[in-house]
Design a binder for this molecule. Structure first.
Ligand code: ADP
Ligand code: ZN
Ligand code: ZN
Length: 759
């Protein structure tokens, strides 16, 4: 991709603009420069409004070059949207274009994903946080504005706020009073007439806590901070790995290490980017960063309003924000003075996007940090096997925090063998006794089950009918409180039937146990206790998660039950018992990453217990207490488990020892999906046999783990190679051919590079 700046008179020399526009285009499109923009403003990273068919779309200028279309078909761009300079700094532009190539996604779509929604739609990249106030004596001029009602309206509003109003507030107020679309113009006219003026920034809101000092680091934390600090200065330290894996159990003080290094980077005038999983971006975490760091901390996540998100993004870009704390897509946040990139809970699957641009934010973060010459610090209690493999290969430096900070002792972990045990639903008697014991002693208990709803299967006792989704190969899950049957795969739902729709029988059996059912069992068993359930159903309403967590933290609720939403991130110091209700679920998952995920969750759940002075206890219910990976985990902890799991993967030729790409095909008609997948497989095999790409295995096609989903048949083809090189050489040759296959017209398909779920 050419990154050079189109020189003046580019058009005359037959050179045109390359513009990445949204759409399925594998390359940027060619345009002539917009008629009115001066050539030196046309720099890579500026947005242009361009014609596309009959539409006008927003694209990003990525370079220039000789025209690839006939002169009469070359259309001019319509408008330069960023006359003040590129909206994307060079490193983000480069990152996005690299991601587009690596993940095989159209560059225009990739750049669109990197931009906040408002910028994608063409809004000005300008903050609305400027504050305006009436100039002294402006009130007297009001009467003179009778013929310019817009200006009059703006001035009236400001006169009611002599202290000043931010543009955002102004826009909002004017929108309420009847859509004053052109308020900005009115404001400009008023300013020119000397009737309004810019006010200084608002005084910080009262109640901002003053900076807190953190605890003194213990020696291993010091070592970790020192190792990374040495690379903060950037490229001088060439040769030393710039990526670090910080491994330490929950509570070992990883966040303290981030905070110290962030403070160091800030002291050098640099900014810090911190990525956390969706579930981990809690108000407590944001508060902790704000209380500890002497610089503005902005947050970027998908739940924000468009304007709010753009403002935070602009503060990151301008350098006003010292710390950018965000989820997956914040890896694309622009930074004026980047100094450090942190990825917390680096093993978390939510860093991989599962649709559209299927990128892995951790991997992009490491790539970006390397290009910038700044350190990348990946932290986890349970590092991904990918990252541990990178340590083995010398690509990451391994730093370890061996113990819980503040002297908390590690919890005692034991397996509860469920075989032949008396059970109350999913709760063994031994577990119930342990719960009672901990409550008696004034502790809190946390029970983990990765299955929401009341029961995963509803069955007719008379005729055997099972409530199944009509569009997926899946049972419908009974949700009792909502009175619904729901498909957890496609979202289909219907009322919970009172009798069997097949035979009219009234004896419908709920089989299996979800969190809702366990909640009821616990409430029956411990009538005096408040049970708090935390899963996607119980936290759908705004604020409900915060309320539930507040009840858990205050100790008002002493029995906490939930899915992985509860297992992660929340600081619950009162918990003394943590239990995994069904470990078998993960041990026998069809995906080769099942045991790794199970081990990570188990360690995370264990990390919830006994944080403070009180020693904790962890119980794991299973029907397979002798399972070797489980045994390894219990005896040697996660490091031992990971060693064993890595060895198994090596034996089996699986990632991280190999690289994968997964072609997923789906179609309403089964044959259509198979036809495309077969042709694609034949094409890939032919390329491999020709011997030009290197060693690549072509596995399949095979039915996807859930063959029918949302009314579509799904087939997949797995490509696997010992290294990136051959795999990507194959993709280079294969994908363009796939796009032209006639079978592709009746099937949808996409490619997932480094897939996280292959079944
Ligand atoms: P992690 O991120 O690994 O879960 P944290 O950094 O959140 O761990 O630390 C867990 C708790 O221990 C926090 O309350 C933190 O303030 C405290 N802590 C961390 N490091 C120290 C230390 N060196 N001395 C005393 N307390 C510490
Ligand atoms: Zn029936
Ligand atoms: Zn379904």
């Amino acid at each position: 991709m050419t990154q050079e700046v189109p020189s003046a008179g580019a058009e005359a020399a037959g050179r045109v603009l390359r513009v990445a526009v949204p759409g399925p285009f594998p390359e940027p499109l060619d345009y002539a420069p917009p008629p009115e923009a001066s050539p030196e403003l046309l720099r890579p990273g500026v947005r242009l409004r361009v014609p596309l068919g009959r539409r006008r779309v927003v694209g990003v200028l990525v370079g220039a070059g000789p025209s690839r279309v006939a002169p009469e078909r070359l259309r001019p761009a319509l408008e330069l949207l960023d006359p003040d300079g590129p909206v994307l700094p060079p490193d983000v532009l480069e990152l996005a274009l690299w991601a587009a190539r690596y993940y095989r996604h159209p560059p225009g779509e990739t750049l669109a994903a990197a931009l906040p929604v408002l910028l994608r739609r063409g809004a000005a990249a300008r903050s609305r946080r400027r504050r305006w106030r009436p100039a002294p004596g402006a009130a007297a001029a009001l009467a003179g504005l009778a013929r310019t009602p817009r200006r009059r309206r703006v001035l009236e509003l400001l006169l009611r706020h002599p202290e000043g109003l931010e543009e955002a507030a102004l826009a909002q107020a004017l929108a309420r009073t009847g859509g004053m679309g052109r308020w900005r113009e009115a404001l400009r006219a008023l300013a020119a007439a000397g009737l309004v003026e810019l006010a200084g920034p608002a005084s910080p809101p009262a109640g901002v806590p003053s900076l807190e000092a953190g605890p003194a680091l213990y020696p291993e934390q010091e070592v970790a901070v020192e190792a990374v600090r040495a690379t903060l200065e950037g490229r001088e330290r060439a040769g030393a790995p710039g990526a670090f894996l910080l491994e330490g159990v929950t509570g070992s003080g990883k966040t303290e290490v981030y905070l110290h290094l962030a403070a160091e980077a800030l002291a050098r005038g640099r900014q810090v980017l911190v990525l956390v999983p969706e579930i981990g971006l809690t108000p407590q975490l944001v508060d902790r960063f704000r209380r500890r760091l002497p610089a503005p901390v902005v947050v970027l996540h998908s739940g924000m309003g468009d304007r709010e998100r753009l403002e935070a993004w602009l503060q990151a870009r301008s350098g006003e924000a010292g710390v950018v704390l965000g989820t997956r897509s914040a890896v694309f946040a622009p930074l004026a003075r980047p100094g450090l990139v942190v990825v917390d809970e680096e093993h978390d699957p939510s860093f991989k996007q599962q649709e559209g641009l299927r990128y892995h934010a951790r991997d992009l973060a490491v790539w970006r940090a390397r290009r910038l010459g700044v350190p990348a610090l990946l932290g986890s209690a349970t590092p991904s096997l990918e990252s541990l493999h990178n340590v083995l290969r010398g690509r990451y430096r391994h730093l370890r925090l061996p113990r819980r900070a503040g002297g908390a002792r590690p919890p005692r972990t034991a397996v509860l063998d469920l075989r032949r045990q008396p059970m109350e639903g999913l709760l063994s008697r031994a577990l119930l006794e342990a719960v009672a014991r901990h409550l008696q002693a004034g502790g809190q208990v946390l029970l983990f089950l990765n299955r929401r709803g009341y029961a995963p299967t509803l069955l007719c006792h008379t005729c055997g009918w099972v409530a199944a989704c009509g569009r997926c190969d899946a049972h419908l899950v009974a949700h009792q409180a909502a009175g619904r049957l729901r498909c957890h795969h496609c979202g289909a739902e219907r009322p919970l039937p009172g009798c069997c729709p097949a035979c009219g029988g009234v004896e419908l059996l709920a089989l299996g146990h979800g969190t809702e059912r366990v909640e009821q069992a616990l409430a029956r068993r411990f009538p005096g206790e408040r049970v708090v359930r935390i899963d996607r159903d119980s936290t759908r309403r705004r604020g409900s998660l915060e309320r539930a967590l507040a009840a858990a933290r205050s100790g008002e609720a002493r029995i906490l039950l939930g899915t992985q939403m509860l297992a992660k991130g929340h600081h619950l110091p009162g918990v003394t018992l943590a239990a995994v209700l069904d470990a078998d679920q993960g041990l026998f998952s069809p995906d080769f990453r099942g045991p790794e995920r199970m081990a990570q969750l188990l360690v995370q759940v264990a990390g919830r217990a006994g944080r403070a002075e009180r020693p904790g206890e962890v119980l794991v219910q299973t029907h397979h207490p002798e399972h070797p990976l489980l045994q390894r985990l219990l005896r040697e902890g996660y490091p031992g488990f990971a060693r064993e799991a890595l060895a198994e993967r090596r034996e089996a030729g699986l990632p991280p020892w190999t690289r994968q790409a997964l072609l997923r095909v789906e179609a309403v008609r089964r044959e259509a999906a198979w036809a495309f997948a077969e042709r694609a497989a034949a094409g890939a095999r032919a390329l491999v046999e020709r011997g030009e790409v290197g060693e690549v295995e072509v596995l399949g096609p095979a039915p996807a783990p859930m063959e029918r989903r949302a009314g579509r048949h799904r087939v997949q083809l797995l490509l696997q190679a010992p290294a990136r090189g051959p795999l990507h050489r194959l993709l280079d040759a294969w994908l363009p051919a796939l796009a032209g296959l006639p079978e592709g017209r009746r099937a949808r398909w996409h490619l997932d590079v480094d897939p996280q779920e292959v079944g």
